[in-house]
Design a protein around this ligand. Structure first.
Ligand code: TYD
Length: 228
């Protein structure tokens, strides 16, 4: 078992067998799925949760935005609201994460569960930092503060090119999806750059491959980590 890494600048204290984030010990394992719209993350989350549960793990599956009741209201606001400026958008996503980490993720990790989240901080760095051009570092700093420095043990990046993602979604359903392909291309490039900068913390899979193949690659990586 490995323990979650911390994002740069986090207030943490690492001891031999546990890591503390903002005063909370955590012993579980934290997995984030990331990728562009229409990448097929949700399908992969389902496959992985089934495999982990079959292996006898307690699994908490959740998502951002919207993993808490405050988050559900923020999700509606940020995905379907009107006239939201880029900085306001970044702050709404950050508020969702702050609530989600304290209310759901940290308590689950503290009792030893495997937490699988559909999107986490990298989404904000890619969408708000690169897509909205707010600056990746500034958005990463905001995210680090919002989540108290908690980073996933493993991030699975389901990579998809914007045209494939758009075709799979079958149209636009929210503010982010209705952005032009150039926006989604910038988001994709930034996701790939983050993964390339820290390969030990990422698994990059081709979202265009058959779902079963992707699921097998994810299971193989988690078997390597000792979880399956
Ligand atoms: P959702 O319907 O959950 O999309 P998906 O199924 O692709 O995950 O919508 C979430 C949208 O919000 C998605 O377009 C990505 C975007 N997003 C951000 O821009 N910043 C963030 O921090 C997060 C978590 C999501």
């Amino acid at each position: 078992m490995t323990f979650a890494h911390t994002l740069p600048g986090a207030r943490t204290r690492v001891s031999a067998r546990c890591l503390r984030v903002d005063g909370v010990s955590e012993h579980g394992y934290f997995i984030a799925f990331e990728g562009g719209d229409g990448a097929g993350k949700s399908t992969q989350v389902r496959h992985l949760v089934e495999a982990l549960e079959a292996a006898g793990r307690e699994v908490v599956v959740t998502r951002q935005p919207g993993g808490t009741s405050l988050g559900a209201a923020l999700r509606d606001l940020v995905l379907h609201g009107e006239a939201i400026t880029p900085r306001a958008e970044a702050l709404i996503f950050a508020a969702d994460k702050a609530q989600h980490v304290q209310e759901v993720i940290l308590p689950s990790l503290a009792r030893g569960a495997v937490v699988v989240t559909d999107r986490y901080t990298d989404s904000s760095v890619a969408y708000q930092g690169a897509g909205r051009s707010l600056g990746a570092q500034e958005v990463a700093d905001l995210q680090t503060w919002a989540v108290g420095g908690l980073a996933p043990d493993l991030t699975v990046l389901v990579d998809v090119d914007p045209a494939t993602g758009r075709a799979r979604r079958g149209g636009t359903h929210d503010r982010m999806e209705s952005e032009a392909d150039g926006f989604h291309a910038a988001v994709r490039e930034h996701f790939l750059a983050m993964a390339a900068a820290a390969p030990e913390r990422y698994l990059v899979v081709d979202g265009g491959a058959p779902a079963d193949e992707i699921a097998a690659a994810v299971r193989a990586r988690l078997a390597h980590e000792g979880l399956l």
